[in-house]
Design a protein around this ligand. Structure first.
Ligand code: GLY
Length: 417
């Protein structure tokens, strides 16, 4: 049966979701903040609007189900709005359970309350003296996190953003001057990995593990970005993890989904993505995300063997069954404007010399007079798929030379650790 699917969001992650939605002749309807050329071309109809104001969504008619890409509308309760006001089922979590991403204090408290492993030592501070006593009892090797969504960029870490008590105090005071609380956590040093699962609130289906690279420059140096690239391996594992490490991460996700149901009485429906770190043999939960990772979605959706729309429907119907992925390697490279993220060159033309051997995803670009131009954020993602990582990386590397523009990218994505 042909389905009419409403997709919310406009990045490369949503372009990857859109490509899967339109398989098997299903129809895509899109709600975007700005016009992503890739999504626009795949859509029967698209409407541009604010991702935190949902009134225009009622302009879409006869939609079978909706799905939400980014976290911002989830934090504003878009799922509740679409389900309750428009009567359309949604394959993304409701506001009460999406809080596992949208409030870091809530996430830490859920782990603590339900005795789920993965928390570093932490304190939810309401005053500067809470912060002072935490640092006295522990030490200054900490991460300072605002409670709400920050796009990962407002987290301040000892050694990177401050190196003395007084510098840390300034950051904490700044956050407390606008928010009610700030989360202080032990700084975890190690290798990060992304584990995403589909869940209907009871059952989970694992996706291949992905390694994401967030720093702007080669060798994991420079400022944090939305991500510069990612890879996954044919066996769906990562070289620096033991099976036991993966089991621990899976257990954290499983127990959290159960705890959320107990805590809110609402099943968590959609993708739950844990950002984990392995440090000195232990597995720590860095944060939860109530949606696909970007770019992790690009890696895993390409490998999906089953019908994406059927998976989404089965999460909504609470009948999620086996989900299968190809045993191939994937390498994703983001191309970003020169100067990104500090001083990006915007409005610069990008020329794509087709044909490409890898898959192309539009991120934050715009199209004017048939020309693609940069904005201040990431421009394009390329995904190479192969029987092994060398083959996948080769395809991306060849295509990188076929893209012209004032762009740069990291060449060390997927250099195995
Ligand atoms: N890969 C980082 C994120 O999606 O938040």
């Amino acid at each position: 049966m042909v389905e009419k699917v409403l997709l919310v969001g406009n990045g490369a992650r949503e372009h990857a979701m859109a490509k899967k939605i339109v398989e098997n002749e299903n129809k895509l309807f899109s709600y975007m903040n700005y016009e992503n050329p890739g999504i626009a071309d795949l859509s029967e109809k698209f409407i541009l609007g604010n991702l935190t104001n949902f009134e225009k969504l009622s302009m879409f008619k006869n939609i079978d189900y909706a799905i939400v890409g980014p976290e911002l509308p989830l934090s504003y309760g878009i799922t509740n709005y679409i389900e309750d006001k428009l009567g359309i089922p949604v394959a993304s979590p409701r506001e009460e359970v999406a809080k596992i991403e949208t409030s870091k204090s809530f996430a830490r408290q859920i782990l603590d309350t339900y005795r789920i492993e993965g928390n570093p030592y932490f304190k939810i501070c309401e005053t500067i003296s809470d912060f002072e006593s935490f640092v006295k009892e522990n030490d200054l090797e900490i991460a300072i996190k605002p409670d709400g969504l920050t796009g990962g960029k407002a987290v301040k870490v000892y050694g990177d953003h401050f190196s003395s008590y007084s510098e840390a105090e300034v950051i904490v005071k700044q956050i407390l001057s606008r928010d009610e609380l700030v989360i202080i956590e032990q700084k975890i040093k190690g290798k990060e990995f992304s584990l995403q699962v589909f869940t209907d609130g009871k059952n989970i289906q694992l996706m291949p593990l992905v390694r994401d690279y967030k720093r702007a420059y080669e060798g994991d140096k420079g400022p944090n970005t939305g991500s510069m690239g990612s890879y996954s391996l044919p066996d769906h594992h990562l070289p620096f993890l033991e099976q036991n490490d993966v089991e621990k991460a899976i257990n954290i996700l499983k127990k959290t989904i159960k705890a959320l149901k107990e805590h809110t009485s609402i099943p968590y429906v959609g993708v739950l993505y844990g950002q984990f770190m392995k440090s000195e043999g232990k597995i720590f939960l860095i944060e939860f995300n109530a949606r696909f990772g970007d770019p992790e979605a690009i890696n895993v959706l390409k490998l999906l063997k089953d019908d994406y729309n059927i998976i989404n429907q089965s999460m909504i119907d609470q009948s999620l069954k086996n989900v299968n992925f190809e045993n191939k390697a994937t390498v994703c490279n983001y191309l970003v404007p020169k100067g990104y993220p500090l001083n990006p060159l915007r409005d610069k033309r990008i020329i794509i010399n087709h044909p490409l051997k890898s898959d192309l995803f539009y991120a934050s670009v715009y199209r004017k007079n048939k020309e693609i131009r940069t904005t201040t954020s990431r421009s394009l993602a390329l995904l190479g798929v192969g029987d092994n990582i060398v083959e996948a990386k080769k395809k991306v590397n060849e295509d990188l030379t076929r893209i012209e523009g004032k762009l740069y990218w990291r060449t060390d994505i997927a250099e195995l650790e």
